[in-house]
Design a protein around this ligand. Structure first.
Ligand code: SAM
Ligand code: SF4
Length: 334
């Protein structure tokens, strides 16, 4: 039998076996760092992939070698046919997982179990209900917190994504880490990244080094255990001695882990992006609808991938580009 050409491997030898699919541009929250205050221009409904199209594209990627799929958004669970999509994708031979804001996750627990989903990322940026309201522009703190506890109780492996901001929630770093004392939660601090309309400013960002300095000032050297990071991990992971949980830092701004990048992103309107910071997109949906093969487009997009952060290989280059002509995060899918 003819061997399929390995089109998921780029010119730097990185194999892209991890596909992130954004199910929707819509969300039930309005996080300040993710979407502009004035909202976003939603794609017309007919430009959004149907569940059959999502399945067809996902299956094509799986055939090419994708082994892990993450559903994201917007908020993936607000899509009306989210359950159907999850059920369909669960039939593919992949590790299926989700990133969610947790607001309605309790409605999906049984489906997740049935679909073999074991790992979930839930976003929570403050343990203070008022601050949470300020950042999400909605009042769902109690619901999200209870849902995180529910997922743990139900046996899911839960990672909590947290974006720290100077002078806002950076005094909660240790409180978040301390959640892991009694709960097997994996806290992931994500450096605040620039996207269209999110008023990014380096001065607001809490860096890897700043987080580690605070950790070093709070715990003794003996208490801080450096964990081994997996080859494609974008995190530096740690554990405090005796804690059930762990914490990690995703330093996409100050120390990007592009060498091991294995991700490719599919937006809700059917465009692939070879890097979170790339403004270039390749349309898969139109050729799919026209009955053409999407493989040559995937091939071209992967081969065009830059070594580091879409060509912004230094922090200086990165800082200069406001919003990077990129979409808002809510329409990319983090
Ligand atoms: N709605 C879901 C959620 O919030 O988890 C999934 C989509 S959201 C875009 C995915 C992740 O991107 C979230 O963990 C969020 O905190 C993160 N994110 C969004 N904008 C960001 C930014 N400017 N910098 C860093 N992380 C960001
Ligand atoms: Fe919605 Fe997630 Fe963006 Fe917040 S981070 S606005 S929950 S998509």
């Amino acid at each position: 039998m003819e061997k399929t050409k390995d089109i998921l491997t780029d010119t730097f030898g990185r194999k892209h076996n991890y596909l992130r699919i954004s199910l929707t541009e819509r969300c039930n929250l309005r996080c300040t760092y993710c979407m502009p205050a004035e909202g976003i221009q939603l794609s017309p409904k007919e430009h959004i992939m149907t569940y059959e199209e999502i399945y067809t594209i996902a299956a094509a990627f799986v055939k090419l070698g994708v082994t892990k799929i993450r559903l994201t958004g917007g908020e993936p669970l607000v899509r009306k046919d989210a359950a159907t999509i999850i059920e369909k994708l669960a039939s593919l031979p992949v590790e299926l997982t989700l990133t969610t804001n947790g607001v309605i996750v309790d409605r999906f627990v049984d489906l997740f179990k049935k679909s073999g989903i074991k790992n979930l990322n839930v976003s929570l940026d403050s343990l203070d209900a008022n601050k949470n309201k300020d950042i999400t522009r909605r009042s769902y703190f109690d619901k999200v917190y209870q849902n995180i506890l529910l997922l743990v109780k139900e046996g899911f492996n839960v990672k909590v994504n947290c974006v720290l901001m100077k002078g806002f929630n950076d005094n909660e770093t240790i409180d978040f880490i301390n959640l892991g004392k009694e709960l097997p939660l994996h806290i992931r601090f994500i450096e605040f990244m620039p996207f269209d309309g999110n008023r990014w400013n380096m001065d607001k960002m809490v860096s890897l080094q700043e987080i580690l300095s605070e950790v070093n000032a709070t715990f003794t050297k003996d208490e801080i255990i450096k964990l081994k990071d997996a080859p494609n991990d974008t995190t530096k992971s740690y554990q405090i001695k005796g804690y059930q949980g762990t914490f990690a830092i995703i330093s996409s701004v100050t120390n990007p882990f592009c060498d091991g990048c294995n991700r490719i992103r599919l937006t809700a309107n059917g465009q692939i992006k070879n890097c979170l910071f790339s403004s270039a997109e390749s349309d898969l949906l139109t050729p799919l609808r026209n009955g053409k093969s999407i493989n040559p487009i995937i091939d071209k997009a992967i081969q065009a991938k830059f070594k580091i952060r879409s060509g912004m290989d230094t922090l200086d280059k990165f800082k200069k580009i406001d919003g990077h002509n990129n979409r808002s995060m809510i329409t990319i899918g983090g």
